[in-house]
Design a binder for this molecule. Structure first.
Ligand SMILES: CC1=C(CCC(=O)O)c2cc3nc(cc4[nH]c(cc5[nH]c(cc1n2)c(C)c5CCC(=O)O)c(CCC(=O)O)c4C)C(CCC(=O)O)=C3C
Ligand SMILES: [Fe+2]
Length: 374
């Protein structure tokens, strides 16, 4: 360690995630938490419940977050970043309201939030800010001092994220039979969302159809494909496709990964690597929708397929988070730190502007320019 990193003005980091069930009896209450007021058809819930039951009713996401939490603490300590790290979820214990209460009681006054979504969108950004607003409102109700809460910028184009994804693709290529490796297509996947939500994602003066959500994913995919081409000396065709589509019956982003695999097979593609660039850990949507469903579809099609790893708690990704924390702290102290970002879109905003990823219903959101909390 050369010198300590200064976290000031922050006195805590909050890892904010989705949460998942930890046993069969948790599955239904978890799904009810996720879909409350969303008009998701009953059949879809039963179908998704069956995915979780296939894995004993346990989502891997909580264990993955515990691992990331431990890795962040260890990395911060080793690099002289004196900042306690907490963990809270939207849909399962530890719930974010309980964690923020504990933080307030521990005397934390300036909280920086790392959400386990790297991209803009209602589900990946504003909804987490709404969760924070719910938590802050509860603390206010209880007469506790309210910490000020900020959220880290979107990190989809941070070199520590994209280089780690590219490394995973190189490893996945090695799993393919040598004779189809050079011809393999890259299928970058992310969560399908309604096209209306995609079109309005990001700041109001946006990116056109598909919004920031699609633009950011395309940029990430393009950079990873270029890095893989650079490392292997082979340019591989790539596409951005979607998975885990839910209800209700409105237009959602397409094509679905399974339809894409079918199309690739019909076009005579020799092999495919599925790259879940939209996710930061190998959670249930990766284990079921890709490793179970899509790999089975590829097998039926006779299409050799592999799935690359998400960043998880990879040391390079953890180091990137440390860098983002130090960067934001320096910016909040009035400095002008370097803001590492690959590709054409540049570093994302620190503060979501008013109207960023518009709300589905009029709900307060913290940690943005339209926060009612400070
Ligand atoms: C953009 C996005 C991300 C990435 C950003 C982020 O990470 O936040 C994400 C992550 C995740 N989604 C997850 C699980 C679910 N998502 C659902 C439903 C939905 N997701 C949506 C979007 C997203 N989802 C949307 C538009 C819906 C429709 C309902 C609604 O508008 O809210 C449903 C309900 C059933 C169904 O319809 O599938 C479940 C169970 C898990 C946990 C996995 C595990 O347990 O390991 C994770 C990490
Ligand atoms: Fe946003």
């Amino acid at each position: 360690m050369d010198r300590a990193l200064d976290p000031a003005p922050y006195d805590a980091l909050l890892l904010l995630s989705f949460g998942g069930p930890e046993g069969p009896e948790d599955v239904l209450p978890f799904l009810e938490n996720v879909t409350r007021g969303r008009g998701i058809p009953r059949e879809r819930l039963e179908e998704v419940g069956a995915h979780y039951r296939l894995f004993g009713g346990v989502s891997p996401i909580n264990e993955q977050n515990r691992t990331l939490l431990a890795a962040l603490r260890e990395d911060f300590a080793r690099n002289g970043l004196d900042l306690p790290v907490y963990w809270g979820n939207r849909n399962w214990a530890p719930y974010v309201t309980d964690t923020l209460r504990e933080m307030a009681r521990d005397g934390r006054r300036r909280v920086l939030v790392l959400a386990t979504s790297a991209y803009a969108s209602y589900s990946g950004c504003r909804q987490y800010r709404e969760d924070l607003a719910v938590a802050l409102a509860a603390l206010r109700e209880e007469g506790l001092p309210l910490p000020r809460v900020d959220k880290l910028r979107h990190y989809y184009n941070h070199p520590g994220f994209l280089d780690t994804v590219a490394e995973g693709v190189l490893a996945a290529l090695e799993e393919l039979p040598a004779e189809v490796r050079d011809g393999a297509h890259l299928a970058f996947t992310t969560h399908s969302i309604p096209t209306a939500a995609a079109d309005t994602s990001g700041p109001p003066a946006g990116h056109g159809p598909g919004g920031a959500y699609v633009a950011q994913h395309l940029e990430a995919a393009r950079r990873v494909a270029a890095a893989v081409a650079g490392a292997t000396g082979v340019e591989r065709p790539w596409a951005l496709v979607y998975q885990s589509r839910s209800g209700p019956p409105i237009p959602w982003l397409e094509p679905d990964i399974v339809d894409h695999l079918t199309a690739l097979s019909e076009r005579g593609a020799p092999a495919v690597v599925m790259v879940p660039v939209g996710f930061v850990s190998d959670h249930m949507e990766v284990l079921y929708d890709l490793d179970t469903e899509a790999l089975a579809a590829a097998k039926d099609l006779g299409l050799p397929a592999a799935r690359s790893a998400t960043v998880g708690a990879h040391p390079r990704f953890v180091a990137a988070i440390r860098g983002l924390v130090a960067e934001r702290a320096a910016a909040e102290r009035g400095g002008d730190p370097p803001r590492p970002a690959l590709g054409a879109l540049g570093p994302s905003h620190d503060l979501c502007p008013v109207g960023c990823c518009p709300a589905r219903a009029a709900k307060p959101a913290a940690a943005g320019a339209d926060s009612p909390f400070h």
